[in-house]
Write a protein that binds this ligand. Structure first.
Ligand code: 6CS
Length: 340
């Protein structure tokens, strides 16, 4: 009698949370920051397919704008309204200061193979970051790169001097502003939803993003001059609400981990060649676009600014950040020295 009563209570609870009780099949809610077919969506769809093919559970994906801005979907995940979220360190950096490590310029190499090896093998990424996210009630499942950062502006940038006083939109973490200050520009932190309109109306003069996003979001239409500086990669992270994750059976935790691994492998394949493909689409679609690759002398000038940003990072992220930075550099050294 008692167990029957318990089951009934569990059943009501399950229904309240959108689950079906027959096979205890749950419907998990997963939000990300991008549009259909973009990199985070490719990850989310692969995750959903794995879960749905290997269990009775289903995954409902919410794309950019359906539930608000990036900070909104993070809040909803921390509150348990969403079970999964993909949020980029560009935004998480204001919640977890150490996540700003990705905005120290020239820390990551430009070579994609090295970057991919780093994400696969890094202890900082795969062991230290999960502990930092756990402090915010988040179960970090995967961190992955989306593409090399490229700056777009209203006028061509041929030299570092051309950055002077340019109002460049940055994601809303304070370290990224330090980077653009160090480059001589005027950083303008804005959520994603305000970027296209800001470029169109001249509130901002430029922004940075990977090329696939510049193409898919049509940013080149309002910010046509692309500059490759080699200063960093757009990195993102997929995670679960930790209470939700810890409440899953061992079998479902394993399912979530395997689905995240499968989605990661699929996404890493997807991003290879994507930047080149997207750049071709831009140059075909846009007559007034220009593409500049800063020469070694100009890049050396930007690189000179990196140590001061690194110092700021340690100031902002404290001992935890310093420890992470040390491990990050050791992990990078391990992947870049392999072939030498
Ligand atoms: O610049 C941004 O805010 C957006 N960029 C990318 C590549 N993904 C999502 C993010 O919100």
């Amino acid at each position: 009698m008692k167990s029957h009563k318990l089951l009934t209570t569990a059943g009501i609870g399950a229904l309240m949370f959108g689950m079906t009780t027959s096979a205890m099949a749950d419907n998990w809610r997963y939000a990300h920051e991008e549009y259909e077919g973009d990199v985070q969506d490719v990850f989310a769809v692969a995750f959903k397919e794995y879960v749905e093919e290997n269990s009775d559970h289903s995954v409902q994906i919410y794309r950019f704008g359906e539930l608000g801005e990036s900070d909104d979907i993070m809040e909803q995940t921390q509150n348990g309204i969403l079970q999964f979220v993909n949020q980029s360190p560009g935004f998480t950096g204001s919640l977890i200061p150490s996540a700003q490590i990705f905005f120290i310029p020239y820390l990551l190499p430009t070579d994609m193979d090295h970057v991919l090896d780093f994400f696969d093998e890094s202890k900082a990424i795969n062991e230290m970051f999960p502990e930092l996210y756990a402090e915010q009630g988040l179960e970090l499942l995967k961190m992955y790169p989306e593409g090399e950062m490229v700056i777009t502006t209203d006028e061509p940038i041929e030299s570092v001097d051309d950055f002077q006083n340019k109002k460049i939109r940055v994601m809303t973490n304070p370290l990224l502003s330090e980077t653009y200050n160090a480059f001589g520009a005027t950083p303008t932190p804005l959520p994603w939803g305000e970027v296209y309109g800001g470029l169109q109306t001249g509130i901002i003069d430029g922004q940075e993003n990977p090329i696939f996003w510049i193409e898919s979001g049509g940013l080149y239409e309002v910010s046509p001059h692309l500059t490759f500086t080699g200063h960093g990669w757009f990195t993102t992270a997929m995670m679960a609400n930790q209470d939700f994750y810890e409440g899953l059976s061992d079998e479902d935790q394993e399912l979530v981990r395997e689905a995240s691994g499968a989605a990661y492998d699929h996404t890493i394949e997807h991003i290879q060649g994507l930047a080149e493909e997207s750049l071709n689409k831009i140059t075909e679609a846009c007559d007034n676009c220009t593409v500049t690759r800063l020469d070694d002398e100009q890049i050396a000038k930007l690189k000179e600014q990196a140590p001061q940003v690194e110092e700021k990072f340690v100031e902002m992220a404290g001992d935890q950040g310093a420890e992470l930075l040390e491990q990050f550099k050791a992990d990078l050294e391990a992947v870049t020295s392999d072939e030498e």
